[in-house]
Write a protein that binds this ligand. Structure first.
Ligand code: 9MR
Length: 469
């Protein structure tokens, strides 16, 4: 039986960022009766996810619950730095690929966790500092995000970079000591590597309006004002025996900056208040139109990092707990979000569906070509730090379109290219020539494609010249 009571109320999204991204939202109050977490969340335009430890995928009882109840997964450990780059420059994607394959085979989206985190750094990175570490970490972001390109709904680009307590400032770490701009450098590199993934900042102890969440809020506001690409903020929500009364207001103030919010690692101390707290978090997410989904940090109590806290929604034997029912009811009672067709803004990727892994075929040239020079033009945008840089290069075809292109840049003395994507480099110092790869050489008149490269030394004053063939 379908007892849908649909009450449409148009909500003007106050967030200028959302408006800039061409986005409007409709809140739809819908009483529904989904019978699984994923169905109920999906009815309301959200996902419901779980953190998965790789070895659990061979536990049948576990996988049965995972596939029945969840439509999003995140690797509990398998996509962290120590797992994916155990030795510098030697990447291991076995665990991450296995989880992505499971997700794709079962219609689940994937959150990526985490490109940079001061914990779980591989030993070689723990021993680094300064510009060597900065280069290594940007390379890590680039390589991992490129490997999973098109397969990740949202990346935790940076995890837990803010200090606990009242300072509202950054946490000390070797990453932080490479310079305060390390977070934005990471976000820019991630955007270049996987333009289709939403890019999140993720942290804990942000479960209300407090000094730490306000520090993060100020960073996000600054990023939005300067065009640093950030799309979402993750609220881990490892909770105790009470829920802050301004939990929802805190989510809402971030949403009002023009970013999505997500509950990313939810678990709650077992006992009397557990079901209420789980329900309160779920209601808060449902009441914030830009809260796009909830992830619990595990499936059953005994899968949890919190051991005897019994912090999750299923007992070890797979039975649903009272907390499960309270979450399901809160999902079913909540309003739906219907994102309108979205025109992606410059820093906000649009549709939630992952982009194709191979770029779509280039469109044929229009019959009346737009005005412009024949050949092609190129422009560079640079993200640099002391000792290194990432350059993003835009190639625009002239009025005749291109069959192929190459772009030459002359690097300052001492600079060299260490890594290139979406183009092939010849040479690494002095004048370096970048040639299209097989899928981005043919451009229609006026069409734009992008490639990038990373370098050591200074990238100042790069003036690219583009030649079409
Ligand atoms: O649950 C994770 C546990 O298995 C790991 O040993 C631990 C250290 O890497 O990380 C746990 O997950 C953490 C997450 O990555 C970030 N936020 C806090 C989570 C719980 O510690």
């Amino acid at each position: 039986m379908n007892h849908k009571r649909v009450l449409r109320l148009a909500v003007t999204v106050a967030a200028t960022g959302a408006l800039a991204a061409g986005m409007t939202m409709t809140l739809t109050s819908t009483a529904s009766a989904g019978t699984t977490l994923k169905a109920s969340a999906a009815e309301k335009g959200r996902y419901f996810g779980a953190a998965v430890a790789g070895q659990k995928l061979s536990d049948n009882a576990y996988v049965t619950i995972l596939n029945r109840e969840f439509n999003s997964v995140v690797a509990e450990n398998d996509m962290k730095w120590d797992a994916t780059e155990p030795q510098q420059g030697r990447f291991n994607y076995t665990g991450g690929d296995r989880l992505v394959a499971h997700a794709q085979a079962n219609g689940m989206s994937v959150r990526g966790h985490a490109l940079l985190w001061y914990q779980q750094e591989p030993g070689w990175a723990q021993n680094m500092s300064g510009s060597a570490l900065r280069s290594a970490m940007i390379n890590h972001v680039t390589q991992v995000a490129t490997h999973f390109k098109g397969k990740i709904y949202a990346w935790d680009v940076v995890n837990e970079a803010f200090a606990d307590g009242n300072s509202g400032g950054r946490r000390d770490s070797n990453l932080q000591r490479t310079g305060n701009d390390w977070i934005e450098a990471a976000f820019r590199a991630a955007r270049v590597a996987d333009p289709g993934a939403k890019l999140c900042y993720n942290d804990y102890n942000t479960d209300g309006i407090n000094a730490k969440s306000t520090g993060i809020y100020n960073m996000v506001r600054d990023f939005k004002s300067r065009g640093v690409p950030i799309d979402c903020v993750g609220f881990q929500s490892h909770l105790g025996t009470s829920l802050s009364s301004d939990y929802q207001a805190n989510l809402q103030r971030f949403a009002d900056l023009g970013v999505d919010v997500q509950i990313t690692e939810l678990d709650v101390m077992g006992g009397g208040n557990q079901a209420n707290i789980f329900a309160g978090v779920t209601r808060a997410c449902m009441n914030v139109s830009r809260c796009t989904g909830i992830t619990t940090w595990g499936v059953r109590d005994c899968d949890s990092w919190r051991g005897s806290d019994n912090a999750l929604l299923f007992e070890c034997n797979g039975n649903k707990k009272a907390a499960y029912t309270s979450v399901l009811n809160a999902l079913n009672a909540g309003p739906a979000i219907t994102p309108s067709p979205t025109t992606p803004g410059p820093t906000t990727p649009g549709p939630t569906s992952p982009p194709p892994t191979t770029p779509p075929p280039t469109t044929p040239p229009p019959t009346t070509p737009p005005p412009g020079p024949e050949g092609c033009t190129a422009s560079v945008s640079l993200n640099s730090w002391n000792g290194g840089f990432v350059a993003s290069v835009k190639v625009t075809a002239g009025s005749a379109g291109t069959n192929g292109w190459n772009v030459s840049v002359t690097l300052p003395g001492g600079a060299s290219v260490t890594n290139t994507w979406s183009a092939t480099a010849s040479g690494s110092t002095g004048t370096v020539r970048f040639t299209n790869v097989n899928y981005n050489g043919r451009l229609a008149a006026g069409q734009v494609t992008e490639f990038g490269f990373q370098g050591t030394g200074s990238g100042a004053g790069l003036t690219p010249t583009c030649t079409a063939s």
